[in-house]
Design a protein around this ligand. Structure first.
Ligand SMILES: *Cc1c(COP(=O)(O)O)cnc(C)c1O
Length: 398
């Protein structure tokens, strides 16, 4: 690992971060060194904060309309280290026509396609690259199904860091091109993101590059949790009944859930508040979480690529944590076909004027199935998280 020793001179900041914890055994890890994952249990590390120092919703007034408005509950220790392209504070749209046609009182969508590089990956990568900068990292490597690679390349360009992106060969051209435009080295691999992950681990050892793989470093999660803070603030401190989330590695789902608990600790949400039922939506081609929920023997399954490349994640490092959220929230999981996703993209575009990623469209197509299985009722307020822009996928959607 490359350090410049910068961490020794980090000044105290407004961040309330105190330490990191193993998500399995709660062992503490210090904040003042570059961390990867909890080697004690081979599980993700999670950042912890001291919420005793009161921060009030009123304090947010007049702050920038980016995810950095929540700086106290984020892990960056010095403003100078923040690498931002204006990510976060994406709008929540009220999809009235679709609510009516799907028989729901309220259907909303948080539109993450408006983030830099066209997906919510910008949040996690803005945070992880900022934190890497704080420790003087000079070179980052990432395995990606597409969007994370583009986002990391952009933030590395802005930070003046070297970037290496490892992506499946079959990923649509635009996801490859954007990395090259941002000056990253792009390595194409046969197979899915798990293959890319194996190569990233190898390059990490060989080159000393810092590995930004999902949940193998603790701070992408902190970036993605800002979706939870935002949606509660934007819904005027109310919670939806149901959140539909297109799940690959699950960082966004875990981040949103983490935010709810932190907001309870801050007193921003009532500690008896009924939290939303969190629903995982996956692609039928690659649905390991749904298969686990259904007790399917996964050793016999061959997971395949999907048009929704963000969902083509055969094994999630944070799977145990995802299962816990589903159990605790009373949620579930459901898988959607490729054809349904394409139909969903077209339907959402034509009826509401939003061109969402197939990952986002899968959420809409999950609704009738979830109603049929009584996981959603007509009177529930439903919030979909559209994680990416449809514009990057168009060449593959004909
Ligand atoms: C990465 C990605 C996902 C999956 O996100 P996780 O938080 O890792 O589950 C979903 N949609 C899009 C568009 C993505 O790029």
């Amino acid at each position: 690992m490359q350090f410049c020793g910068m961490h020794q001179s980090i000044a105290p900041s407004i961040s309330l971060a105190t330490h990191l914890e193993c998500s399995h055994c709660n062992k503490h890890y210090p904040l003042n060194t570059l961390q990867t994952y909890a080697h004690c249990c081979q599980k993700p590390l999670v950042a912890k904060y001291d919420f005793a120092q009161s921060l009030r919703p009123e304090d947010l007034a007049g702050r920038p309309a980016t995810m950095w408005r929540y700086q106290e509950v984020l892990p960056i220790l010095k403003d100078d280290h923040i690498v931002s392209l204006g990510e976060g504070m994406t709008p929540i749209l009220n999809l009235k026509k679709l609510a009516q046609s799907y028989g729901l009182e309220s259907l909303k969508m948080k539109d993450e396609s408006l983030n830099p590089t066209g997906s919510f990956k910008a949040r996690g990568l803005s945070m992880a690259i900022s934190k890497a900068k704080e420790f003087g990292v000079k070179h980052c490597v990432i395995p990606t199904a597409g969007n994370a690679g583009g986002a990391m390349s952009a933030y590395c360009a802005a930070a003046g860091m070297q970037a290496t992106v490892i992506m499946p060969k079959h990923t649509p051209r635009i996801f490859q091109d954007e990395c090259r435009y941002f000056g990253a080295e792009l390595i194409l691999v046969d197979g899915l993101i798990d293959r890319c992950g194996a190569l990233a681990a190898k390059l990490e050892k060989e080159t000393g590059a810092f590995n930004i793989s999902t949940l193998k470093e603790p701070y992408r999660l902190e970036g993605k949790k800002t979706m939870g803070y935002e949606l509660v603030e934007q819904l005027n401190w109310n919670l939806p009944d149901v959140i539909l989330y297109p799940t690959g590695g699950g960082t966004g789902l875990l981040g949103i859930w983490k935010a709810f608990y932190e907001m309870m600790d801050l007193g921003w949400l009532d500690s008896s508040a009924r939290l939303p039922r969190m629903i995982v939506v996956q692609a039928q081609n690659c649905a390991p979480i749904v298969d686990r929920l259904n007790g399917v023997d996964r050793s016999t399954k061959a997971y395949r690529e999907s048009l929704a490349n963000g969902l083509a994640v055969p094994t999630a490092f944070g799977e145990d944590m995802i299962m816990e959220v589903l159990y605790e929230s009373g949620g579930t999981g459901i898988a959607i076909s490729e054809e349904e996703m394409v139909a969903g993209v077209k339907e959402m575009a034509a009826s509401e004027g939003v061109l969402v990623a197939p990952e986002g469209a899968a959420l809409l197509k999950a609704i009738p199935k979830l109603k049929a299985s009584q996981h959603i009722s007509d009177t529930d307020s439903v919030l979909m998280i559209n994680t990416g822009s449809g514009y990057k996928y168009l060449e593959n959607l004909d």
